[in-house]
Design a protein around this ligand. Sequence first.
Ligand code: F0G
Length: 487
Amino acid sequence: MNQNSSSTVQFYNGEQLPLELHKVRVVQKLHLVPVERRLEAIGEAGYNTFQLSTYDVFLDMLTDSGVNAMSDNQIAAMFRADDAYAGSQSFGRLAEAVKEVFGKEYLLPVHQGRAAENIISRAFVKPGDVVPMNYHFTTTHAHIDLNGGTIEELVADEALELTSINPFKGNMDIAKLRDCIKRNGVDKIPFIRMEASTNLIGGQPFSIANLREVRSVCDEYGIMLVLDASLIGENAYFIKKREEEFQNSTCGEILLAMCDLADLVYFSARKVSSSRGGGICSNNKEIINKMQHLVPLFEGFLTYGGISVREIEAMAVGLRETTDETVISQSPSFIEYFIGEMVRLGIPCVTPAGGLGAHIDAGSFLPHIPQSEYPAGALAAAFFIASGVRGMERGTLSSVRDKDGNDILADVELLRLAFPRRVFTLSQVRYVADRMKWLYDNRDLIGGLEFVEEPPVLRFFMGRLRAKSDWPQKLAAKFRQDFGESL
Ligand code: F0G
């Protein structure tokens, strides 16, 4: 390729900066509402950023899910969609793309990633089963629980050390995996799950060397290997950058090498392909047969799976774009820049920079707030007041309670600022860094939160909280004092 394929370039003054290798042709007007309104809005939202209206949000860094920018080719493809309940040509084109990008012959379409988890868990998890994984994702955990299984997270201890130079914090600890199999017995293990760009520990990748080791344990014991490929593009990009064996491989070749090691690959197209939908794929017809009957029951007929045909067309194009390093490097290069700024400003965050978002270490940012008062949730609310930027709590608030009703404290308390692909500009990212610095300098003003309404499942989505004192008002007053009439 005779063009720049990475989104970071060297400027004449020596700086390495991320560069937008795309042009913006459709735009959406944003609102930066005054701090008084931001204070009011977060109160109305029960101090839960999921409950905010985007009218009040300036930069929406809640997630990259379903909000990556679509390409011109994706939008164009949507116009040729073949509307048919059964046998749609659009589905045929998607199945071709899956074969090309993931190397898998058979595809079951589902409406999003968690729907794949529902079907996989129903088909394979029985009460008393144990699913070893590098680390859980919230919806995965919930579906395995729902089917009577439990999970064991087997990343190396170092993966939970927030600042590190370990390039592959998403790796499975093979000694822990062997111990887990011995303790529980092979019969209790329906599959081993590896998650690409491990979301909840900061978007951290695993290496192919590690995946090969997991594969050989699977072969030794005859256990199925399941790959959650929702963030596989970023993981492939990090392998190219960080794993010597693959430095001359294309992202597309790395994607194929990763999928080749797994018996079953599932994905959320909301993340991997800048569209909607999801899928489960495999080369093993027996594995597919165990799940196939569940798709019409929960999702829709086998050639649309609850996804509109227009989205299916966008998915096919988006999957192919995931192999393009220019596309896939955009978000990681912006995250790397932002994390570099955080480190320079002395703000605690997860290093090395990962995929999907930047993660601020709320535990170190707010050591005066105990985990029982949800420091990461408090930081998300405080940052919204300070900036109008919406992030997401990834800590104890996103956890669950034990049988006695006590919070199971999260391993790490993080505020995630997602970087959807090709959505934000560098000056917007600099604004985020600037407001974070202001908040860090005023962190003593931030206090804890407590639940007012707490749903029993996935409580972080709909839960409502209140501040344990009038700290939000004090924080907004200090902001007004420091910034005067400016927003
Ligand atoms: N697996 C991983 C690794 C994910 O990050 C997600 C979603 C899912 C499965 C579920 O997919 O949302 O399409 O049902 N992650 C989003 C996030 C929600 O914001 O991190 P879904």
